[in-house]
Design a protein around this ligand. Structure first.
Ligand code: F6R
Length: 611
């Protein structure tokens, strides 16, 4: 949530910042701003998107080769010009941008008000700026030390960048709980919330850890702990490239990412699915497979779409590896009476690797002695670094706020993990293993086959563009897919949708069904097919509008449904990888028809780094 970019070098900082903020806009887009150092401290900020900031900047024609910028996702204080970052103290000598939440801001604010500080907005960030100012002005320590001291007094999370008009060559940055990295260029240095603003200029980055603070100039950077211990940081080489973070001819990132899935699922399996030898190899789990296989139970913790892939994982682990699994919302797990110890294994799943609740669940499980394995997409992210071991999904940068290719990559990793564990525990037969290895190998081609002709999906989208409600039903492996289909529709087209296990319908939701209700039924699993057909009959008897996702051979489903979107046949346990694709496309086209902002839906942000 919220994106930060900073630059110190030989270019016009505003250009680097605006371009960088555009790349970070998926993290928040309700207001934006920047501060530049020239003869003075120049501040420009506005409610709206980075495009609005760019328009404003054009009028101001800002100069300076050192500066910071921010794109906001509001937590404290409504999105408006005043609450937009950067924030300053009373004397406007420095400017600060912040990602995270200062939890004790109210107490600090009251104290500062008593000391004569006046606040212009409602943000916790402005309070931090005034606290730094107060400490600096009321003591004989320098500005850098004042920042250190202020950060030691605040509770909560922060990634911050600060420029000061009397130190026009430097940016001070610090992190606790909100990601920040330093881009190491040649005669120029960057700071950013993730690698996307930096990649155009350099592939070398340094990741800041919690409670670290750094000073960046055009000549280099120095990193210390908040308590002043100087650190030598490892410089990492980024594996991503610029093309991966651009739209590549698609109108939206979401559509590009849906269409990438034939490749991303293949990338995720490369070097891991060893077809000739009928085995799975997951290097990231080397040394940890025994502990996974001996686990009393596996607890999967995640949020949102990643939680849905965790639910698919539950079915997979139980079927293929015979290990009991519980799937927890990370946000619930972290505050529960946790009965987890060293006999358990936690798997955390996160596309961004920065989700605050998932990170908290991970830390709690580790504290209680459990082995924690990660499934992350963003290489070098906090969750990836803090887990004991794990498997990257290698789906490439996911920019569209609605998660698509990350879901299929996560399910692919979970499938491979469950197969590996099943073989290790000798509960997965040679024959089934051979069948699944072959089927998995063919998934990318089958995904491409679905994507080859999407006209049926577009037709259904046109038909139901203005439906006020949707019901999604699925069973077994495809119950989580029903939840995921409903989530996709809700978040990008703002249509109310609910996902249900198909058989649960008769315990309540069936009351909603009438001739206006579109009911999406995922009928792609063989072993529950007859039951799902009965569920479809029940909907039909009440005149519901049935949109079925069925496997090519399921003629009874095709006959009953008003619209039938068929997908290639595949083993039951792999069907979520195919069944989810038409649902992603359905929500995409409905959202486009409704003229919704597909890549940046209202109120959302890609990376949820606050509780
Ligand atoms: C839905 C979506 C969110 C995320 C959730 C977890 O399309 O994107 O529900 O899945 O915020 O994010 P990660 O996977 O980054 O932990």
């Amino acid at each position: 949530m919220c994106g930060i970019v900073g630059y110190a070098g030989g270019r016009q900082a505003s250009e680097v910042i605006l371009k960088g903020l555009q790349r970070l806009e998926y993290r928040g887009y309700d207001s934006a701003g920047m501060a530049l150092l020239n003869d003075d401290l120049e501040l420009i900020k506005v409610r709206g998107k980075v495009r609005d900031l760019a328009d404003l900047a054009e009028k101001h024609d800002p100069h300076g080769t050192v500066g910071i910028g921010h794109t906001r996702w509001a937590t404290h204080g409504e999105p408006n010009d005043v609450n937009a970052h950067p924030h300053t103290g009373t004397h406007r000598q420095f400017a600060l941008v912040h990602n995270g939440i200062i939890e004790n801001y109210n107490v600090i604010r009251q104290d500062l008000e008593k000391k004569g500080h006046t606040f212009t907005g409602e943000t916790d960030t402005e309070v931090l700026a005034h606290l730094i100012e107060e400490i600096h002005e009321m003591s004989d320590i320098d500005f850098y030390q004042a920042v250190q001291q202020a950060l030691l007094q605040v509770e909560g999370t922060y990634g911050i960048a600060i420029v000061h008009k009397y130190h026009p060559d430097r940016i001070i940055v610090a992190r606790k709980g909100s990601p920040l990295l330093i881009g190491v260029g040649d005669g120029e240095y960057f700071v950013a919330s993730d690698a996307s603003p930096v990649i155009e200029y350099t592939h070398k980055v340094v990741y800041l850890e919690d409670e670290e603070i750094a000073v960046i100039t055009r000549d280099g950077y120095e990193v210390s702990t908040l308590k002043n211990v100087r650190l030598t940081k490892e410089v990492h080489e980024l594996a991503m490239n610029l093309e991966q973070i651009e739209k590549g001819g698609f109108p939206h990132f979401m559509l590009k990412e849906i269409f990438e899935q034939g490749d991303t699922i293949g990338d995720c399996m490369r070097g891991r699915l060893i077809v000739d030898e009928n085995r799975i190899q997951l290097g990231g789990l080397d040394g940890y497979v025994d502990r996974l296989c001996d686990a009393r139970r596996v607890i999967i913790a995640a949020c949102g779409t990643s939680w849905h892939s965790g639910l698919v994982g539950e079915y997979l682990f139980e079927y293929l590896a015979r290990i009991p699994v519980e799937v927890e919302y990370a946000s619930e797990f972290r505050y529960r009476e946790q009965l987890i110890d060293e006999q358990d294994v936690m798997i955390v799943i996160s596309q961004s690797g920065e989700t605050a609740d998932t990170l908290a669940a991970l830390r709690e499980a580790k504290r209680r002695g459990a082995l924690v394995l990660g499934i992350c997409n963003v290489v070098g992210s906090t969750i990836a670094r803090e887990t004991d071991a794990g498997v990257y999904t290698h789906a490439g940068p996911e920019i569209g706020v609605a998660s698509t290719k990350a879901f299929t990559a996560q399910v692919t990793v979970l499938t491979m993990m469950a197969m590996l564990a099943g073989r290790h525990r000798k509960v997965l037969s040679d024959e089934l293993m051979r069948e699944l290895v072959r089927e998995l190998r063919d998934v990318p081609a089958r995904v491409r086959a679905i994507l080859e002709d999407t006209s049926g999906i577009e037709k259904v989208a046109r038909m139901f563009t203005y439906a006020p409600n949707f019901l999604y039903l699925g069973r077994s492996y495809n119950f989580p897919v029903a939840l995921e289909g409903a989530l996709k529709l809700k978040e990008i087209s703002y249509i109310h949708a609910e996902g249900y296990p198909a058989a649960e319908m008769k315990h309540g939701p069936i009351a909603l069904i009438d001739e206006h209700m579109p009911v999406v039924v995922i009928a792609a699993t063989d072993h529950t097919n007859e039951k799902v057909v009965s569920n479809i009959e029940e909907v039909k008897a009440r005149k519901g509008r049935i949109i079925a996702i069925s496997s090519n051979g399921q003629s009874d489903v095709a006959r009953l449904a008003e619209f039938n979107l068929s997908i290639p046949e595949i083993h039951d346990c792999l069907s979520p990888l195919l069944a989810v694709i038409p649902l992603q496309l359905l929500s995409y086209h409905i959202a486009v028809n409704r003229k919704c902002h597909v890549d940046q839906p209202r109120n959302l942000a890609k990376s949820v780094t606050v509780e």
